[in-house]
Design a binder for this molecule. Structure first.
Ligand SMILES: Nc1ncnc2c1ncn2[C@@H]1O[C@H](COP(=O)(O)OP(=O)(O)OP(=O)(O)O)[C@@H](O)[C@H]1O
Ligand SMILES: [Mg+2]
Length: 229
């Protein structure tokens, strides 16, 4: 076992059933090791399996075949409760469509992961601090729909980081923003990841962003292939 690896995956296979109950193979014999403190990008055509793979990495989907060790723990051997605990404390997810809860204010959205993990007493202060760091100090009591797209995405990023997870998974996180906003959010985000020594796996359609990774993988033939050796 290599303690420097956060994730070790071998022989991963993932199938879906379509509406006619036909089995479709999305991932076949995929192998992947994720080093701590590294930045990894994943590119590939629409429908190639990037989101499917990210959901598996993030322990959102355990319906697969193969070997998956998360920090030396065999994922197939742990309970649902333990899975949720690992996900809540170690993994932050950022989606293309921000998935903020419209009824809650900005700070309430950011506090959610802390409340789920029961850090009640300090959750307001912790959330406020990260929102100030993200330039949203004046917006904490706004509802998400009163924010611009870029601001909403910064709230979603703050929410994914508030628990201080060591692994961040981002699925086309700037795909829904105009180019200038996307550029500034992405560079701010990458900076944060580097300064705080996080591990990052991000899916992107943007070649320029993919090049900022230490390792660039492309989905091809139902698996990912390293393309920057
Ligand atoms: N729940 C599901 N049931 C059946 N098929 C699914 C399901 N989710 C995804 N698929 C299929 O799996 C394939 C891969 O989907 P996935 O969302 O992983 O692609 P992607 O690479 O993220 O694409 P995009 O770049 O468009 O986001 C697609 O053909 C999709 O139709
Ligand atoms: Mg996708």
């Amino acid at each position: 076992m290599n303690n420097n690896l956060i994730i070790q995956i071998s022989d991963l296979n993932k199938n879906y059933n379509d509406d006619n109950d036909t089995n479709i193979e999305i991932i076949k014999n995929l192998n992947f090791n994720l080093k701590a403190n590294s930045k990894v990008s994943i590119i590939g055509p629409s429908g190639s399996g990037k989101t499917t793979f990210l959901n598996i990495l993030g322990l959102l989907d355990k319906e697969f075949n193969g070997n998956f060790f998360f920090k030396q723990k065999d994922i197939s051997m742990i309970t649902e409760t333990e899975t949720n605990k690992i996900r809540g404390s170690s993994i932050g997810f950022i989606h293309q469509f921000f998935h903020l809860i419209p009824e809650l204010t900005v700070i309430e959205n950011v506090m959610l992961p802390l409340l789920i993990n029961k850090h009640d007493s300090k959750s307001y202060q912790i959330s406020k601090k990260i929102l100030i760091e993200f330039g949203l100090g004046e917006r904490i009591n706004f509802k998400p729909l009163k924010l611009s797209g870029g601001e909403q995405q910064r709230v979603a990023i703050a929410r994914s980081l508030v628990n201080n997870p060591d692994l961040i998974l981002a699925d086309e996180m700037t795909g829904n923003l105009d180019e200038d906003t996307a550029n500034s959010i992405f560079s701010f985000f990458i900076n944060y990841i580097e300064q705080n020594k996080k591990t990052l796996v991000y899916v992107t359609h943007n070649k320029k962003y993919s090049l900022l990774a230490d390792e660039i993988y492309q989905f091809k033939n139902k698996k990912i292939q390293l393309i920057n050796e």
